[in-house]
Design a protein around this ligand. Structure first.
Ligand SMILES: [Zn+2]
Length: 309
């Protein structure tokens, strides 16, 4: 059983023509997984939208209220990068709820994957870079509330998890780690507990070495009882916003390594798909699918699926 959390609203947001964000990728990924033969009972559509109380564990109440009511000023909305709409709020709350549910399913089953999530640029009182609410931070805070002692957020999106880093700067029970492109957004980096800045055009071997050594070190040092893993694929060589040069096979090897280590050490892992900005939605879905292919290999090796490569 490999729980996959999904909601049909993720891709239903209507954006202006030529908007930078590949909003269709969530549905494309879902359909890709159905095509390879993912069993129906792995799909979990039972997440409920994040509540105000859950959001308020990491976000300022005034920010939550203003954003939900459409009362943020234009500058603040430009920083987020989406035009405000009621549906934007609905899908964002559903996405945060989805990551919370993924975390809870991971605690039950050892592994769960979210076909959304990774909105790591959202701070306590402002959003940025297509991120309204920080789902990883909210899920970590809910996990603490439910009794977790130590949560590791291992963020491999090409952009630094600056919001997450700042939100947990004073919280020793949440360890923030970010492996990101040194020249990628955000220009002004925050201090995670563990930051690795990767050079532009970094290739598979150097990248995987950084992932392996960082993850092993962090597991040994902190012995977390939950890992939240941001498996962003904007590290890919064909990504429109990333500056690294990682192959599709490199993405698979990264995800396989992280999940295998969690399984070997019996640490529950909740993974989110994170960033990925290729304009060709089908190619992008294929790169995001590497996480799911790796999870099947590690957790459900007997399940026969028709992966195209
Ligand atoms: Zn990113």
């Amino acid at each position: 059983m490999l729980p996959l959390v999904y909601h049909e609203c993720y891709s239903d947001l209507v954006l202006p023509e030529r908007h930078r964000y590949p909003i269709g990728k969530y549905r494309a990924l879902y359909q890709y997984l159905l095509q390879v033969g993912i069993p129906d009972d792995w799909i979990d559509c039972h997440a409920t939208p994040a509540t105000q109380a859950q959001l308020a564990l990491v976000h300022q109440p005034e920010y939550i209220k203003a954003l939900c009511q459409g009362a943020l000023d234009d500058k603040a909305m430009r920083r987020i990068g989406f035009p405000w709409s009621e549906f934007l709020i609905k899908r964002s709350l559903q996405s945060v709820g989805g990551t919370i549910r993924t975390m809870q399913l991971a605690l039950q089953h050892g592994i769960a994957l979210h076909l959304s999530g990774g909105y790591h640029h959202a701070f306590a009182g402002e959003g940025a870079g297509f991120c309204l609410f920080n789902d990883l931070a909210v899920a970590a805070a809910v996990a603490l509330q439910q009794g977790a002692d130590k949560v590791l957020i291992f963020d491999c999106d090409v952009h630094q998890g600056d919001g997450t880093a700042l939100l947990f700067g004073g919280e020793p029970r949440v360890v923030t780690a970010s492996l990101h492109g040194e020249k990628n957004f955000p220009a002004r980096k925050q201090h995670s507990d563990w930051d690795i800045s990767l050079p532009t055009q970094c290739e598979d071997a150097a990248y995987l070495e950084a992932v392996h050594s960082s993850f092993d070190y962090l597991l040994r040092l902190h012995q977390p009882d939950l890992v939240l893993y941001d498996a962003g694929v904007d590290i890919h060589k064909d990504d429109d916003l990333g500056l690294l040069h990682i192959s599709t096979q490199g993405v698979y090897q990264r995800d396989h390594f992280v999940l295998k280590r969690c399984r070997e050490q019996n640490i529950p892992v909740a993974a989110v798909i994170g960033g990925g900005y290729q304009r060709d939605i089908n190619k992008l879905a294929a790169v995001h699918s590497q996480l799911f292919q790796a999870a099947c290999a590690v957790y459900e090796p007997a399940q026969v699926l028709n992966w195209p490569c």
